[in-house]
Design a protein around this ligand. Structure first.
Ligand SMILES: [Zn+2]
Ligand SMILES: [Zn+2]
Length: 1015
């Protein structure tokens, strides 16, 4: 029979014992293997970087990753799921640099790349045990033993293969382009990395600079005073790299006189340039200014810096020193009329559009910043980091009278997403993947993907694809998948070869340096050389490694070492994934790299459904950070409230896509409001079922269900249908909220209204029907809830099912998901019952307004109802009478009920809703007062039974003492009191030996009550 269930439960303790049960019976493995041969359901795990402790946001994504496959497995799918770990990249290198106290790449190279990378390898696995433990503890079922790891040779080999496919199709190229560069990490960032690091309200200088004109006339008009072009910038450090000024061809420019000098700027922006007293001297169109020449602010030749010039696209040619150097004004289409002066300072080495303008107009190219972000040459500010050089540059210009105005601006600026250094834009050689070549495929593929929430599809993700730029995917770093490109040493030959696998590499002519044990990382791969197939010189690997987002984006193939193994991967159901889930920042991270790689390689999508989670903030809505000390440790929450409570909270508190605040108080509230409510129903059932030896497996005809039974079974089947639909539609939140609603109805209506049926001492058919119904509800609930709260679901199932049916699946997670029996859904009955609940709550509201307790019977309750509701009321009348403890119900129109109180406000109290109202008579006749007193006494006796620790089936003797009124009540309602309190006798006078005696004052009458258990 059932194991006794204590109503006081520790969920964390319960969960620990369920974990042992799962381990002992290997339930996760069984849940997969018993579905062998069924249609597959594929989850791709987005690999976390395990170089830190898992946080609450990891729990959020991990439980959402868990719930769908659990549900699918119960629905009959074969759903193996494999864990994965992202092990490469800057985050890991930064950790190690911090450990070693390094701050530059030189220190790493002096230390030794081999030793440095070995440290990185160790570092990754420092936290892995903690990740495994938390994963297991929160019930995230995923195969941790066979996890894919991006740093393994096999994984790297698959990544190489992928790059080679792209290389062969001309999709990999080396470009001299302006890229966002992190001066601290010493490497370029891809645009999706940049997108993750913008910060608002960053202070920067906002300065107006004077560029002195060489020409002394404009369009034939003589300039009789010194004349300057006024331009605006927020990056003074780029000014030594200035080689042109740009105007908008069709914008009007003015020559204004200020302090005995002429300044040229766009007429539209004169008002905001802070000119002070000025006089407009002349006006020109932008086109008329094109070709005018001005003096450089800093002649590079005077400061030991080279000057080059664009010729034929991005090729640069060195220029001879020139004492009388001058640059020209050009017209471009990117000049803003919103801020600045309408004249733009162009430094081709430090901006993407500047670089393009340089190519287009054959401008000079002056580059005076090194890869650490320090100014080179012999300027007064040489050797300074660019941002530190800003004030010195301005000081120098001010001395020479070239600084017109200087202020501070607060704007949005990109920072390195890892180390938080300000990013600098400058021209560098970088390897690119030509993703723009498959832009149409990326966009049309997205049409096939279901996004939850839906707006991400054509919003955040769609926009990202629309604005696609080539993927700058090489990194000048150490701990990463080496770029499998070898270049010829012979500068005349200048050829490159890409290697797509180990066997292919071994086949190269005169291969040298490939020694065991095999490690496809730097510096070992750097030592591998072979002979150039074109000129016979030596081929050496280029120094770059690749973006770790490429690693993780290649996981659909690389986790299976495709195509070197698992050749059927693309056709056997393992590709694409049915489901992935990560936080919204991955639209530009993993979601994108998965989609891009799969489109580039196969022109196929690689995930069909994606839940995109909103960010998680602290309880006050602040971002969690170590510095603020508001980071929530998931272990603390789990140990205190249990994993189920945390899971339920995360599933139901907000839809997955919303930004959410994490509040531990609400996790506690979830336990109380939901889990304990369910637990109490379960404990109630088991307690009474054990007393009555109820056997759900007993043979015999099913008892006739009561109306209440039919109602809850109807609700149950509707619930099964809804939960199934919502989970199938990737909406655990909606599904969970339906379950909450059902549990509320089950506890506060069905069980409460059925209590009496379970108490009855005889085992009649009605009681059996109640057991049968409640049993069915609880067993179905355990299965419905298994994907959400796998622990408590298992606990209930073990006790309710496994202890009775020997041939049942030995875990709820091996059971089939419930199927709704639609023939049991009775919509009329549901509507009636909803009405009964609504009228009950309205009637209770009227009582509470009148200050009359529910235990006090009332003579009559009026309801103002529609015609249809009045008919329905006839069907539910006994129920509402009992529920509201009234002797009569009268139905009337809304207006008539309203009129009652208006006409006799002292006699009636009315409460109104939209179309329904309820009125009760305030006057209580003497007979009803006595009945109310009897109910109060019963209530006190029931409380005393519990305080005395009696079992619910124990029979007792009740003794009492009181005035004549009390005596009268005890006599008039003796049968009722006896029945409700299982009292064999009511004895006047309190004997010395009771188990508990209490005195109460009820409506001014003192009463002494004693209870004694009978043997
Ligand atoms: Zn950085
Ligand atoms: Zn060669």
């Amino acid at each position: 029979m059932f194991r006794p269930v204590n109503s006081k439960v520790s969920f964390p303790q319960l969960e620990e014992s369920i974990l042992s049960l799962w381990k002992e019976k290997d339930v996760f493995k069984q849940s997969i293997e018993r579905r062998q041969g069924a249609p597959r359901f594929v989850l791709y795990e987005g690999p976390p970087t395990a170089n830190g402790s898992p946080g609450i946001h990891h729990v959020l994504s991990r439980v959402f990753k868990d719930i769908i496959p659990r549900y699918k497995a119960m629905k009959g799918y074969y759903a193996p799921r494999i864990a994965g770990w992202d092990t490469h990249g800057l985050p890991v290198e930064l950790e190690v640099e911090k450990e070693l106290g390094f701050s530059s790449k030189k220190e790493i190279e002096d230390f030794g790349i081999d030793k440095f990378n070995e440290r990185c390898r160790q570092n990754v696995f420092k936290y892995l045990r903690e990740w495994d433990a938390l994963t297991e503890r929160i019930g995230f079922w995923i195969d941790l033993d066979n996890a894919y790891v991006t740093m393994r040779n096999e994984y790297i080999e698959s990544v190489w293969w992928a790059i080679k496919q792209m290389w062969d199709r001309g999709l990999v190229y080396q470009g001299y382009r302006v890229t966002p560069h992190c001066p601290r990490c010493g490497t370029s960032l891809s645009s999706h990395e940049v997108a993750q690091g913008y910060e608002d309200n960053v202070p920067d200088p906002s300065v107006y600079i004077k560029f002195k004109l060489v020409d002394d006339n404009i369009a034939g008009v003589t300039l009789d005073k010194p004349t300057y072009v006024l331009a605006w910038t927020t990056t003074p450090w780029t000014l030594p790299g200035n080689t042109a000024l740009a105007v908008a061809a069709d914008a009007e420019c003015s020559v204004v006189e200020v302090d005995g000098e002429y300044l040229i700027l766009a007429s539209m922006l004169m008002g905001q340039a802070g000119l002070g007293d000025f006089k407009v001297v002349a006006k020109y169109m932008g086109t008329e200014l094109v070709g005018m020449r001005y003096e450089p602010l800093f002649n590079p030749h005077e400061f030991g810096v080279e000057r080059q010039r664009f010729q034929r696209g991005s090729e640069l040619a060195l220029q001879e020193p020139d004492e009388h150097l001058s640059y020209k004004v050009i017209a471009t289409d990117f000049v803003s009329m919103e801020d600045g002066t309408g004249i733009v300072h162009i430094a081709p080495s430090y901006g993407e559009v500047d670089f393009q303008a340089g190519q287009e107009y054959g401008l000079d190219f002056v580059h005076m910043v090194d890869l650490q972000g320090k100014i080179t040459g012999t300027y007064p500010f040489s050797g300074k980091f660019v941002k530190d050089a800003d004030p010195l540059v301005l000081e120098d210009l001010e001395k020479r009278g070239l600084l017109f105005r200087s202020e501070t601006i607060y704007h949005t600026y990109p920072f390195c997403w890892r180390c938080e250094a300000p990013l600098l834009y400058y021209a560098k050689q970088t390897w690119y993947i030509r993703t723009t070549a498959v832009k149409e495929g990326l966009i049309s593929g997205n049409n096939e993907i279901n996004w939850y929430p839906e707006h991400i599809k054509y919003g955040r993700f769609g926009d990202w694809l629309q604005n696609n730029v080539d993927w700058a995917f090489s990194r000048e770093r150490y701990w990463g998948t080496p770029l499998p490109v070898w270049g010829c040493e012979n500068p005349e030959c200048n050829s490159y070869e890409c290697v797509g696998g180990l066997e292919e590499l071994k086949g190269r002519a005169d291969l040298a340096g490939l020694t065991g044990p095999l490690d496809l990382h730097r510096p070992f791969v750097d030592e591998i050389t072979f002979t150039c197939s074109r000129c016979g010189a030596t081929m050496r690997r280029v120094p770059e490694v690749i973006d770790c987002w490429f690693d993780s984006g290649a996981m659909p193939i690389a986790q299976s070492h495709y195509p070197f193994e698992n050749e059927t991967l693309l056709e056997d159901g393992r590709f694409p994934a049915d489901y992935i889930c990560e936080a919204v920042d991955q639209t530009r991270g993993w979601f994108y790299s998965l989609h891009a790689i799969s489109t580039l390689l196969f022109n196929r999508i690689c995930f069909r459904n994606v839940i995109c989670l909103g960010h998680i903030l602290d309880a006050e809505g602040e971002k969690m950070s170590k510095a603020k000390g508001n980071v929530v440790d998931p272990w603390t929450v789990v140990e205190k409230h249990g994993a189920d409570a945390l899971r339920w909270y995360l599933f139901t508190s907000a839809p997955p896509g919303n930004v959410r605040r994490f509040d531990e108080k609400i996790v506690a509230e979830v336990t109380r409001r939901f889990l304990l409510t369910l637990w109490n129903v379960y404990s109630f059932f088991v307690t009474y079922a054990s007393i009555d030896y109820y056997d759900p497996g007993a043979e015999g005809a099913l008892p006739e269900p009561s109306e209440l039974d039919r109602w809850i079974i109807s609700e149950l089947n509707q619930l099964v249908k809804d939960v199934d639909t919502f989970l199938d539609g990737y909406s655990p939140t909606e599904a969970g909220r339906r379950i909450e609603g059902f549990v509320d109805g089950l506890s506060n209506w069905y069980v409460r209204r059925s209590r009496r049926r379970f108490w009855k001492s005889e085992n009649d058919a009605d009681k059996l029907a109640a057991y049968h119904t409640l049993y069915q509800c609880l067993v179905t609930m355990s299965k419905l809830m298994a994907p959400f709260t796998p622990f408590v679901a298992e606990e209930m199932y073990q006790n309710l099912v496994c202890s009775v049916f020997a041939d049942a699946p030995e875990s709820v997670h091996l059971a089939d998901f419930p199927v709704a029996d639609e023939s049991q859904i009775d919509e009329h009955l549901s509507a009636d019952m909803r009405l009964a609940m609504r009228l009950s709550s309205l009637g209770r509201a009227a009582r509470s307004k009148a200050g009359i307790k529910v235990r006090q019977p009332v003579a009559v309750n009026y309801f103002g109802l529609s015609e249809g509701e009045r008919k329905a009321l006839e069907r539910i009348r006994p129920l509402v009478l009992e529920e509201l403890n009234v002797k009569d119900i009268k139905a009337d129109s809304y207006e008539n009920v309203e009129a009652l109180a208006q006409n006799e406000p002292d006699k009636y109290v009315v409460v109104s809703e939209a179309t329904t109202n309820s009125a009760i008579e305030v006057f209580i006749p003497e007979e009803l007062k006595k009945e109310g007193m009897a109910r109060e006494i019963v209530h006190r006796l029931q409380t005393m039974r519990r305080s005395a620790g009696f079992d619910i089936a124990d029979h007792i003797v009740t003794c009492y003492q009181g005035d004549d009124y009390i005596k009268q009540v005890m006599q008039d309602f003796a049968d009722y009191i006896k029945q409700e309190t299982l009292s064999r006798e009511l004895v006047e006078g309190v004997p010395e030996k009771t188990d508990l005696t209490e005195t109460y004052k009820l409506s001014g009458h003192e009463i002494l009550l004693g209870v004694k258990k009978l043997d």
